[in-house]
Design a protein around this ligand. Structure first.
Ligand code: 4AD
Ligand code: MG
Length: 463
């Protein structure tokens, strides 16, 4: 007898085949002399129905009280055509074993619909619900598609450190990494004496693997990272996490246009692949969570993204027939309301905005000939706002050093980064895609806390 996943049985199972399956009971319905039990093992949205009868199961009477929502079971039986109209097949069991019971008085996931807020308080159980189950299957399919996309194109997956001594973006928002005794911190005058700390200097959790990805791109041409990054932003929004996953491709011999092309191809590929791999889950999101999910996917796959300069974007925002909370003028950092207006209301599709004022962007972005803007690019998505941030990098040593100094960054600490420009420098570019924002975009889930299994946000690191 083959032990099969429920998704496989539902899709390919034929009448008279014998199967063994394992999973957790989603529902039980008792009728006179028999009962329906629905089992799920996380492999599909749909449950597999098992019809329990006293005729088939000698221990029926003693089994039934143990079968409740949440209990773990193993079922061996035969596939039969289902009489019901909700499913093609069901299981006529020869044997049912309960591994672990779940007390119906206390098991928190009863059949009614729970709010996502409530489900976050039971992060250890919420993956057993339809919605979170679908989210994490989509997340898995999408993560796999990320690797597939890059591996098909000969990009090398490089592993950049999570602990770093450099503040990549120069934007603060860093978590410190230390093993000093915080109740008795060694000091030199007023300052902390980091020479006594683990690394002999201040260290942090990385906000981005970009600088190290650039190092690797200068040896392997096309590389990408895919891993967790950390930001101590105290922003309690539906789009910010303190720990999130980022994908950062970096390409040598590439400019901002090649970078925009890659970003667009990448998003199209991910949507297409996930639609193919998880059609039922995506349809579920469209029906239950956000009825524009399928239209959004179709829109991404089949339309070219809008591409406009920052200056053009500001003009469009100034002409907009609506008021913004943050006033618009050339030089401002685009706020979420501005980004959403452009993508959601004006273009009704993703928009790539490029060439931002140098004052509002990081030191490593390539200075344009106008001396006012840098070759930065953000991909703005309807409902989400910024989903990708990237740039062509400054490959000219003198210009880079000037920008580092202007930005008040320490030149010495970036000696190795500057060396890349000293030895065999080339034009290069890359971007970062926020993985959770992408999953939000794909599923229509409105809160980023519900697209990562164990969200970390201000004042919250449970489970
Ligand atoms: O725009 P960001 O800050 O770009 C970088 O980190 C560059 N080093 C990337 C590169 O060029 N290699 O962040 C990239 C993306 C954002 O567009 C957003 O999707 C996501 O990361 N992101 C967050 N996602 C969840 N929670 C947060 N706190 C996020 N901050 C950024
Ligand atoms: Mg950004």
């Amino acid at each position: 007898m083959v032990n099969r996943r429920i998704a496989d049985i539902l899709r390919h199972g034929q009448p008279d085949e014998t199967v063994t399956l394992q999973g957790w009971v989603r529902t039980k319905r008792e009728l006179k002399g028999f009962a329906f039990m629905e089992v799920n093992d996380g492999s599909s949205l749909a449950n597999l129905q098992v019809v329990l009868t006293a005729d088939d199961l000698p221990n029926y009477q003693e089994l039934l009280p143990k079968i409740n929502t949440g209990a773990s079971v193993e079922v061996s039986g035969t596939i039969v055509p289902s009489q019901g109209k909700n499913q093609r097949i069901e299981i006529k069991p020869q044997q049912v074993q309960v591994y672990g019971e779940a007390d119906p008085e206390t098991y928190p996931l009863q059949k009614k619909r729970h709010s996502f807020e409530f489900l976050r308080t039971i992060g250890h159980l919420r993956s057993r619900t339809n919605t979170l189950g679908a989210v994490f299957r989509v997340r898995n399919a999408c993560a796999n598609a990320v690797h597939q996309f890059f591996q098909e194109r000969d990009f090398m997956w490089v592993h950049t450190p999570l602990i770093t001594a450099s503040d990549c973006e120069g934007a603060g928002e860093l978590f410190n990494v230390t093993n000093l005794d915080l109740t008795n911190v060694p000091r030199l005058d007023k300052d902390v004496d980091y020479s006594q700390d683990f690394f002999g200097k201040p260290a942090y959790l990385t906000v981005s693997g970009q600088l190290e990805a650039e190092v690797m791109a200068m040896a392997f041409r096309n590389v990408y990272t895919f891993g967790p990054t950390f930001r101590a932003e105290n922003s309690n929004t539906s789009r910010h996490l303190a720990e999130f996953w980022m994908i950062e491709p970096e390409m040598a011999f590439c400019d901002i246009n090649g970078n925009m092309d890659l970003a667009e191809d990448f998003l199209k590929y991910l949507f297409k692949t996930v639609l193919e791999k998880c059609p039922e889950d995506i349809e579920f999101f469209n029906k239950r969570i956000d009825d524009s999910v399928l239209a959004t996917a179709d829109n991404i796959i089949n339309n070219e993204f809008e591409r406009i300069t920052y200056t053009e974007a500001i003009d469009l925002l100034l002409k907009a027939k609506r008021k913004f909370e943050f006033p618009v003028e050339w030089g401002i950092d685009l706020q979420s309301e501005h980004e959403r207006y452009l993508a959601e209301e004006l273009f009704k599709k993703p928009a790539i905005v490029y060439n931002y004022p140098k004052e509002i962007k990081a030191f490593y972005m390539r200075l344009n000939d106008d001396n006012k803007t840098v070759a930065a690019m953000d991909v703005l998505a309807p409902k989400i706002g910024e989903i990708i941030g990237g740039s062509q990098r400054e490959e000219r040593l003198d210009v880079l050093e000037k920008r580092i100094v202007e930005g008040g960054m320490p030149l010495e600490e970036l000696w190795w980064y500057r060396d890349l420009r000293r030895y065999g420098t080339v034009p290069h570019a890359g971007f970062g895609l926020g993985f959770e924002r992408l999953i939000q975009f794909m599923t229509g889930m409105s809160n980023i806390r519900d697209v990562i299994p164990f969200p970390r946000t201000p004042l919250s690191a449970d489970f």
